[in-house]
Design a protein around this ligand. Structure first.
Ligand SMILES: *Cc1c(COP(=O)(O)O)cnc(C)c1O
Length: 457
């Protein structure tokens, strides 16, 4: 079974991949990843690859952590599964809820467990509307989100998200969701300064609230930094203005922390980095470093009080809410993050080091902007640095660069012509040097290929 050709054939015959053009994939064949350790992956052919994306933004503590495998093993031997319905729960679910309440900003102390980030946002949609409904305002149900946001791939997650290519399939978004423009200065800022632009984009929230009527608006949802949309870091003027507007109209503020949560930006949560003060935080991904699937919604005291006093039975939950083995792994994962001081390292050591080295790439002829914070970063590929014009339509330069990265032993992701990195939080400085070296070489390879006319074919 280790024969790559044979595995690829079976994959082609039986396996539908997520976010994939299956016909195209089948022509090219899948890349089979068969083992991993630390920040490295190995494919089935034995090629070693530096994982600049921590899987899908999730493997915070790196691969091969025996402590996490042991935590799962021990819990599975003791109690592999029980639910949190019908007045029951399990010790790991209780302990993880307490741990999350402890780590979260002080006004967030209640936790609803889910199986993923998408499910967390489904839960948010239900709870937000229920919150207003039980207070006699059922018409207050509209949720405002942003274009190019990513909130997952379930019906509610994709609807809250602002990806038009996702909306085009399956008649999305569902009713009751409005999208305003994103704070993406490089792509949409024109001649405005970043600060002017950030404020203007935040003020679209107020315009939308006035347009639809504040008495109809339940919540605003946003990622502190848009991840899948292209690591879009809002200008400093953005979040304070959003906060002001939510307060003024008494709109619930939801921070989708599925990527920013658990240290990525140098604080436990992106909400702390940007001083967001949310009513809800959706988390998943680095909560368990991806070792087992688990997510959560962390709820503010204000919301929890209403739900406990007036909410009655909440007719919502998942078979795997608070899954004991996943919760045990999450607890151990959070302990590792604490013991190894990974959040502090991202803030004061590896984060600043990565950012200073990442910014060296700004001098490359293809790079129009370099941005990043903590251990997350983006590069914009351009034809003209000053005019911020793209090389060709349809993100072809980004795909080309990503393929060179893979060939050079680095996983870097492309969203259109924006190159993204989000390495494991355990990455050290020499591994960061390797990442930068491989990124540089891949940019050079991309430049040569473009000069040779590959994108014109
Ligand atoms: C990945 C992601 C999700 C969805 O999480 P899944 O576990 O894939 O369902 C939601 N929000 C953000 C910001 C994400 O990055």
């Amino acid at each position: 079974m280790s024969n790559t050709r044979q595995l690829q054939r079976l994959d082609r015959e039986h396996h539908f991949h997520p976010f994939t053009d299956q016909g195209d994939l089948n022509k090219r064949g899948t890349r089979i990843i068969s083992k991993a350790d630390g920040v490295y992956l190995w494919d089935n052919e034995g090629n070693k690859i530096l994982d600049g994306m921590a899987g899908l933004w999730c493997v915070a503590v790196g691969y091969g952590r025996k402590e996490l495998a042991d935590a799962a093993h021990q819990q599975m031997m003791e109690l592999p599964y029980y639910n949190s319905f019908f007045q029951c729960t399990t010790p790991p679910a209780i302990k993880l809820a307490e741990k999350l309440a402890d780590l979260a900003p002080s006004h967030l102390n209640n936790v609803f467990f889910t199986g993923s980030g998408s499910e967390s946002n489904d839960t948010v949609l239900r709870l937000v509307r229920h919150f207003w409904s039980v207070q006699g305002q059922p018409e207050r149900s509209l949720i405002i989100s942003r274009k190019n946001a990513y909130h997952g791939s379930t019906v509610a997650g994709a609807s809250l998200g602002g990806m038009t290519y996702m909306h085009r399939q399956g008649n999305l978004p569902i009713p009751g969701i409005e999208h305003i423009d994103q704070p993406y200065w490089f792509e949409e800022g024109g001649d405005l300064t970043k600060e002017e632009f950030g404020k203007q984009r935040a003020q679209q929230l107020e315009e939308k609230i006035i347009e639809v009527g504040a008495e109809k608006v339940a919540a605003f949802i946003a990622e502190p930094i848009q991840g899948a949309g292209g690591v879009i870091i809002p200008p400093d003027s953005y979040w304070p203005e959003i906060r002001r507007i939510c307060k003024k109209y008494d709109i619930l503020l939801v921070a989708d922390e599925v990527i920013c949560g658990f240290g990525r930006t140098g604080n436990w949560f992106g909400s702390q980095t940007f001083e967001i003060e949310p009513d809800f935080m959706s988390v998943a991904k680095a909560l368990s470093s991806g070792y087992l699937p688990i997510g959560a919604v962390i709820v503010s005291d204000r919301v929890a009080k209403v739900l406990k006093e007036l909410g009655g039975e909440i007719n919502h939950g998942y078979t795997y809410s608070g899954h004991p083995a996943a919760a045990a792994v999450a607890i151990k994962n959070l302990e590792i993050i604490e013991q190894e001081k990974l959040v502090e390292k991202v803030a004061h050591d590896t984060g600043p080091y990565l950012q200073s080295r990442w910014r060296e790439l700004a001098s490359h002829p293809l790079v129009g902007e370099v941005r990043g914070l903590g251990l997350i970063g983006a590069l914009e590929l351009v034809a003209d640095k000053k005019a911020r014009t793209r090389i060709s339509k349809g993100g072809k330069a980004g795909s080309l660069c990503r393929d060179f990265c893979t060939a050079n032993g680095l996983v870097m992701r492309a969203t259109g012509d924006t190159m993204l990195i989000s390495p494991p939080l355990v990455i050290n400085t020499s591994e960061i040097d390797e990442l930068i070296g491989k990124a540089k070489k891949s940019l050079d390879d991309t430049l040569h290929a473009i000069s040779d006319g590959v994108l014109e074919a």
